[in-house]
Design a protein around this ligand. Structure first.
Ligand code: AMP
Length: 117
Protein backbone atom coordinates (compact mmCIF):
# COMPACT_ATOMS: atom_id res chain seq x y z
CA UNK A 1 0.00 0.00 0.00
CA UNK A 2 1.41 3.38 -0.95
CA UNK A 3 0.79 6.59 0.96
CA UNK A 4 -2.09 8.66 -0.46
CA UNK A 5 -0.80 12.24 -0.70
CA UNK A 6 -4.38 13.51 -0.93
CA UNK A 7 -5.70 12.09 2.34
CA UNK A 8 -7.35 14.68 4.58
CA UNK A 9 -4.53 14.79 7.13
CA UNK A 10 -1.92 15.31 4.40
CA UNK A 11 -4.03 18.27 3.26
CA UNK A 12 -4.16 19.59 6.83
CA UNK A 13 -0.35 19.29 7.11
CA UNK A 14 0.04 21.23 3.85
CA UNK A 15 -2.32 23.93 5.18
CA UNK A 16 -4.94 23.21 2.52
CA UNK A 17 -7.64 22.43 5.11
CA UNK A 18 -8.02 24.34 8.39
CA UNK A 19 -7.76 22.66 11.78
CA UNK A 20 -8.22 23.57 15.43
CA UNK A 21 -4.60 23.19 16.48
CA UNK A 22 -3.74 22.14 20.02
CA UNK A 23 0.02 21.76 19.58
CA UNK A 24 2.62 21.69 16.83
CA UNK A 25 6.37 21.07 16.69
CA UNK A 26 8.88 19.67 14.17
CA UNK A 27 7.51 16.15 14.51
CA UNK A 28 3.79 16.30 15.26
CA UNK A 29 0.62 18.25 14.71
CA UNK A 30 -2.25 17.86 17.17
CA UNK A 31 -5.76 19.18 16.59
CA UNK A 32 -9.34 18.56 17.69
CA UNK A 33 -11.32 15.86 15.91
CA UNK A 34 -14.03 17.37 13.70
CA UNK A 35 -16.56 14.78 14.90
CA UNK A 36 -15.79 14.32 18.62
CA UNK A 37 -16.64 10.99 20.24
CA UNK A 38 -15.96 12.27 23.79
CA UNK A 39 -15.93 15.62 25.62
CA UNK A 40 -12.27 15.89 24.68
CA UNK A 41 -11.27 14.25 21.40
CA UNK A 42 -7.82 15.19 20.13
CA UNK A 43 -5.79 13.73 17.29
CA UNK A 44 -2.00 13.56 17.13
CA UNK A 45 -0.33 12.94 13.78
CA UNK A 46 3.31 12.69 12.74
CA UNK A 47 4.51 15.22 10.17
CA UNK A 48 6.03 12.43 8.07
CA UNK A 49 3.99 10.46 5.54
CA UNK A 50 3.12 7.22 7.36
CA UNK A 51 -0.04 5.23 6.76
CA UNK A 52 -0.40 3.55 10.13
CA UNK A 53 1.46 2.42 13.25
CA UNK A 54 3.27 -0.49 11.63
CA UNK A 55 4.42 1.67 8.70
CA UNK A 56 5.69 4.21 11.26
CA UNK A 57 7.50 1.67 13.46
CA UNK A 58 9.13 -0.01 10.45
CA UNK A 59 10.08 3.08 8.44
CA UNK A 60 10.27 6.21 10.60
CA UNK A 61 13.65 7.28 11.99
CA UNK A 62 14.33 6.96 15.71
CA UNK A 63 14.17 10.76 15.92
CA UNK A 64 10.72 10.82 14.31
CA UNK A 65 9.51 8.04 16.60
CA UNK A 66 10.86 9.75 19.72
CA UNK A 67 9.38 13.04 18.50
CA UNK A 68 5.96 11.49 18.01
CA UNK A 69 5.75 10.02 21.52
CA UNK A 70 7.14 13.17 23.11
CA UNK A 71 4.64 15.25 21.14
CA UNK A 72 1.80 13.01 22.24
CA UNK A 73 2.85 13.40 25.88
CA UNK A 74 3.04 17.16 25.46
CA UNK A 75 -0.54 17.20 24.19
CA UNK A 76 -1.68 15.10 27.17
CA UNK A 77 0.02 17.61 29.47
CA UNK A 78 -1.33 20.65 27.61
CA UNK A 79 -4.86 19.28 27.89
CA UNK A 80 -4.30 18.56 31.59
CA UNK A 81 -5.20 14.89 31.33
CA UNK A 82 -2.53 13.20 33.49
CA UNK A 83 -4.61 13.01 36.66
CA UNK A 84 -8.01 12.02 35.29
CA UNK A 85 -6.67 9.82 32.49
CA UNK A 86 -7.46 9.28 28.85
CA UNK A 87 -7.83 6.60 26.21
CA UNK A 88 -5.50 6.22 23.23
CA UNK A 89 -6.73 4.59 20.03
CA UNK A 90 -4.79 3.78 16.88
CA UNK A 91 -7.15 2.42 14.26
CA UNK A 92 -5.14 0.37 11.81
CA UNK A 93 -6.46 -1.02 8.55
CA UNK A 94 -9.84 -2.08 7.21
CA UNK A 95 -11.25 -4.09 10.10
CA UNK A 96 -10.51 -1.31 12.60
CA UNK A 97 -12.57 1.15 10.57
CA UNK A 98 -9.54 3.39 9.88
CA UNK A 99 -10.85 6.12 7.59
CA UNK A 100 -7.83 8.36 7.14
CA UNK A 101 -4.68 6.59 5.87
CA UNK A 102 -2.22 8.80 7.75
CA UNK A 103 -1.10 7.56 11.20
CA UNK A 104 -3.07 9.24 13.98
CA UNK A 105 -3.55 8.73 17.68
CA UNK A 106 -7.01 9.47 19.02
CA UNK A 107 -6.96 10.88 22.56
CA UNK A 108 -10.37 10.48 24.19
CA UNK A 109 -10.92 12.11 27.57
CA UNK A 110 -12.87 14.58 29.67
CA UNK A 111 -15.47 12.08 30.85
CA UNK A 112 -15.77 8.52 32.14
CA UNK A 113 -15.31 6.21 29.15
CA UNK A 114 -17.40 3.25 30.22
CA UNK A 115 -17.47 1.00 27.18
CA UNK A 116 -14.42 -1.11 27.93
CA UNK A 117 -12.91 -3.29 25.24
P1 AMP B 1 -10.07 6.94 11.86
O1 AMP B 1 -11.44 6.35 11.70
O2 AMP B 1 -9.29 6.30 12.98
O3 AMP B 1 -9.31 6.97 10.56
O4 AMP B 1 -10.29 8.42 12.35
C1 AMP B 1 -10.28 9.53 11.51
C2 AMP B 1 -10.80 10.69 12.31
O5 AMP B 1 -10.52 11.87 11.62
C3 AMP B 1 -12.32 10.64 12.57
O6 AMP B 1 -12.55 10.64 13.97
C4 AMP B 1 -12.81 11.94 11.90
O7 AMP B 1 -13.85 12.57 12.63
C5 AMP B 1 -11.55 12.78 11.88
N1 AMP B 1 -11.50 13.80 10.83
C6 AMP B 1 -11.78 13.66 9.52
N2 AMP B 1 -11.60 14.83 8.86
C7 AMP B 1 -11.18 15.73 9.79
C8 AMP B 1 -10.83 17.11 9.75
N3 AMP B 1 -10.86 17.81 8.61
N4 AMP B 1 -10.45 17.72 10.90
C9 AMP B 1 -10.42 17.02 12.06
N5 AMP B 1 -10.72 15.72 12.17
C10 AMP B 1 -11.12 15.07 11.05
Amino acid sequence: MTYDMNNVFAKILRGEIPNRTIYEDDFVLSFYDINPKAKIHALVIPKGAYINLQDFILHASKQEQEGFWQGLLTVVNKLGLEAAGYRLIFNTGRDSGQEVPHLHAHILAGQKLCDHL
